[in-house]
Design a protein around this ligand. Structure first.
Ligand code: SF4
Ligand code: SF4
Length: 369
């Protein structure tokens, strides 16, 4: 049985700092000591100011860094952002300024260690610093995710897979969301974060986790030694059946969680939390799966008036399904595996996911919703 601490909070630093200290004291306090290698792993998806709710808030990172310093260790802030420069993201997201004057190390995850995570993936490359450190403080953001529904504690650690290995894994798991969830859980098991804190003070709903999502103030912060328990607790808080989040389902099947959780604090009931439209990527009789996916399943779409033809989406797309065409981008929906990474990395919020008209009709006829 795991404990999840939940507290009402705001980003007012004087009030927030003792809350983060309390969570860290109760979870990894005895592990953080002089000469220990401590990694702080925030969500650094993209360069974005804190009001966009895309990255872990700078004040939470600052509080974690000060905690580590007070314990006599030197914190290393690390991540491997999907696109863009690590240092630019730190700067434009206000993290460099917030941590100015603190003795912290900023180091992008670049070198990988090859870890055997067992079947069906066997060897995966994970940032060496993340698997070899003494303490990993996982600072996730509570956000929706167009492919996986939510990105919370377990999913945040996908950032420990270095650089373009991330889209490679999207491509290898293809349209199979359950397989991708299994990969996320195996990655989490290999990293074993000492503590997971989820920043739900300003969360994101709608078509997250990038600029197409909508910030929503929830005013809570959660922390636990057990990232799966923290994720399950978030689901309960926002009214989602925990097994609907596939990482929770896989973790339960793998015996990592029995769902029995002690809540330290008051768990609020958040109403009307807006989830992304998630449609099955394969449905109906098996022989029609390919046809259905091509023509009926929710697909990435571009708002041409917002697109600046910057190229981030086509550089990142794991299936090479996007190309520039005159003054707009073009999707090859036959190649597209519906991972929605393009929407995640678009720095201008030009991409979203939209269900096709025929897809909606077909699923209603089949009684799927
Ligand atoms: S859709 Fe977004 S990422 Fe792609 S080219 Fe346009 S602005 Fe850039
Ligand atoms: S077009 Fe977008 S959704 Fe399709 S495979 Fe490429 S990144 Fe994924």
């Amino acid at each position: 049985m795991s404990t999840v601490i939940i507290r009402k909070a705001s980003y007012d630093y004087k009030a927030l700092r003792p809350v983060v200290f309390e969570i860290l004291n109760s979870t990894c306090g005895d592990m953080v000591r002089e000469k220990k290698r401590v990694i702080i792993k925030p969500n650094l998806l993209a360069a974005a100011t804190p009001d966009k709710a895309i990255v872990t808030h700078p004040m939470i990172i600052k509080a974690a860094a000060e905690y580590v310093l007070e314990k006599g260790a030197v914190p290393q802030i690390s991540d491997s952002p999907a696109v863009g420069s690590f240092h630019k993201i730190l700067k434009e997201s206000g993290i460099t300024d917030a941590l100015a004057g603190l003795n912290v190390i900023y180091k992008e995850f670049r070198e990988s260690a090859v870890i055997d995570v067992g079947e069906p993936f066997r060897k995966i490359d994970i940032a060496g610093d993340a698997v070899n450190c003494d303490v990993l403080i996982n600072l996730a953001k509570l956000k929706t995710h167009t492919q996986m529904m939510l990105t919370l504690g377990v999913k945040n650690l996908f950032g420990c897979i270095v650089g373009m290995k991330k889209p490679e894994w999207h491509f290898r798991t293809g349209v199979d969301r359950e397989k991708f969830a299994a990969l996320l859980v195996k990655n989490f098991q290999a990293i074993k974060p000492s503590v997971t804190i989820i920043d739900g003070i300003l969360a994101m709903e709608g078509e997250g986790p990038g600029r197409s999502g909508t910030p929503r103030e929830l005013g809570v912060i959660l922390g636990s030694n057990d990232a799966v328990a923290a994720d399950i607790t978030v689901c309960r808080m926002i009214g989602v059946e925990p097994d609907m989040l596939l990482t929770n389902r896989f973790a339960r099947k793998a015996g990592l969680s029995d769902g029995e959780i002690i809540i330290d604090g008051d768990l609020p009931a958040i109403r009307d939390f807006r989830l992304p439209e998630i449609t099955p990527l394969v449905f109906g009789p098996k022989r029609f799966h390919g046809y259905f996916r091509r023509h009926l399943v929710q697909r990435p779409v571009c708002n041409d008036s917002e697109c600046r033809l910057c190229g981030e989406c086509w550089k990142y797309c794991p299936a090479k399904a996007i190309s520039p065409a005159k003054k707009k981008i073009r999707f090859d929906y036959d190649k597209c595996i519906r991972c929605y990474c393009c929407a995640e990395v678009c720095p201008h919020g030009a991409l979203g996911a939209r269900e096709t008209f025929t897809g909606r009709i077909a699923r209603r006829v089949m009684g799927m919703r």
